[in-house]
Structure formats: C-alpha cells, structure tokens
Write a protein that binds this ligand. Structure first.
Ligand code: GLP
Length: 241
C-alpha cells in the first residue's frame, strides 16, 4: 500500500481530488467507484469547485456506488441516492443514466445483488474505487467477519455501524438494520483503490490497517491483497502510529 500523509482534512481531500482529476484526464470514460459518509465530502466539493472553474466534464464517465441502505426510499433524505445527488451529482454535468447505486427497495434483493454485480462486470469493471473506513474497519458495508470472496450482497448492519451512522438520523431506531453492499471481492477487482481516513476517530483503525495482519475480522485488511492501493490520511488519523 502506498501511504500519503497530509496535514489536515482539506489537504487529504485535495490530494485525492487531484488524483481523480488526473485519472479522468488520461481516461475521460473512466469508471469511478464512489463512497458515501463524511470522509469523501471534501473530495466531492473539490471536484465540484474544479468543475466550476475548469469545466472538467463528467459526461462520459460511469460511476458505481459502494452501497445503499435497505428499505429506505430513494427520495429519503438519508438514502445514499439522496446523498450522492445533494453532495455531488447535482453540481456536475454527469449523465445520471451512467451512475449506478444499488436499489435498496428492490422487490427481490438476491436478484438486485446479481444485477449490480453483473452490471459492474459487463461495463468493464471499476477503474478507481474511492473508499472510506468504518470505525470497525468496514469497507462499503462489509462488516467484520465478511468473507474476502464476497460479492454484492445484503448485510445485517452491526450495532457499532448503526450507532456510528445514527448521527444522520432522528434516532438510533430510525437507522436501517440492513444494507446492500458491493462485496470485498467486488471491491478488490477495482483496478485501483484510494482509501481515505481523517480525524482521531479513525486513528485506531488506521494503525491496525497499516501495522496489523490480514484477517476477515478486519475487512479493510483485505486491501493488503490488492497491488494498487493508496491510503491518504491526515495527521489526526495518524496519531496512534
Ligand atoms: C458508512 C459507509 C462506508 C463509509 C463509512 C465511514 O458506513 N457505508 O462506506 O466508509 O460509513 O463513514 P465516515 O466517512 O462518515 O466516517
């Protein structure tokens, strides 16, 4: 893993945004894997600002989001569909027909998982996947114990994750109990991965990722099996190294 340490969140976002823009320049038809959560917000803002200033076009790119809650309507303020629209897609010239997010309201979840997984394959796979890091080491919504062979699947969210994400919901009981997520094998098939971590709250998991072994109890450690991962993290996230 290549590791880039930055002085703060803004610098982390700028570095990651810069890498994405560089890749888009060399491949205007790039397929990006996108993430939600607080961590990538600065990257999306950086890309929006660049789009305003330099007119960088997203018309030809394709995107796949990592995950979505189950049994939340697309229009729900807490759906990842809404998140992507309101934090990124509404401000760039992306063709929404080429932006995919798992359907958390599918009538048949097994079929939806297969459809999503096949769509990624049929369209040529993901060139660059952006990842955040869950406080328990999850990537996407792949919770501790998830097989490294997993493909897009339905997960029962751990209590840790529901508590961590309850900050966006009126109360803990409103946080969905399940989600649909790309599997670890799906993520590892991306040609390149950019993992971001910011703040002291991620210091323990970042130290475990960098110094620890490879174990399915710590999903992010699967990234050590991939040959092209860059970790960009700020000083606060490095506090326990
Ligand atoms: C959610 C998402 C993950 C994300 C994680 C960390 O659980 N499913 O993809 O990485 O949150 O979120 P944050 O960036 O807000 O710390």
């Amino acid at each position: 893993m290549k590791i880039i340490r930055t002085i703060n969140y803004d610098e982390m976002s700028k570095q990651a945004g810069g890498i994405i823009l560089e890749k888009m320049k060399s491949n205007p038809k790039i397929t990006l894997g996108l993430a939600t959560g607080s961590t990538p917000l600065g990257v999306y803002q950086y890309l929006i600002d660049d789009h305003k200033t330099n007119n960088t076009s997203y018309k030809e790119i394709r995107t796949f989001n990592l995950d979505e809650y189950v049994a939340i309507k697309k229009e729900d303020p807490n759906s990842y569909h809404t998140f992507m629209q309101s934090k990124f897609f509404n401000y760039i010239d992306i063709n929404l027909a080429n932006s995919y997010i798992p359907d958390g309201n599918a009538s048949n979840y097994e079929l939806e998982c297969l459809r999503y997984e096949n769509l990624i394959k049929e369209t040529g796979g993901i060139d660059l996947q952006l990842l955040g890091l869950g406080p328990n080491g999850h990537i996407g919504f792949n919770e501790p114990g998830t097989s490294f062979e997993s493909r897009t699947h339905i997960v029962k969210l751990s209590q840790d994750t529901r508590i961590a994400n309850s900050r966006f919901f009126p109360s803990l009981s409103d946080v969905p109990t399940r989600a649909i997520t790309m599997g670890i094998a799906t993520i590892l098939e991306s040609r390149e991965i950019l993992l971001l971590a910011s703040g002291y709250a991620k210091a323990e998991v970042l130290a475990r990722l960098i110094n620890g072994g490879i174990d399915s109890i710590f999903p992010a450690s699967s990234l050590k099996l991939h040959g092209n991962v860059t970790v960009i993290a700020d000083d606060d996230a490095f506090k326990l190294m």
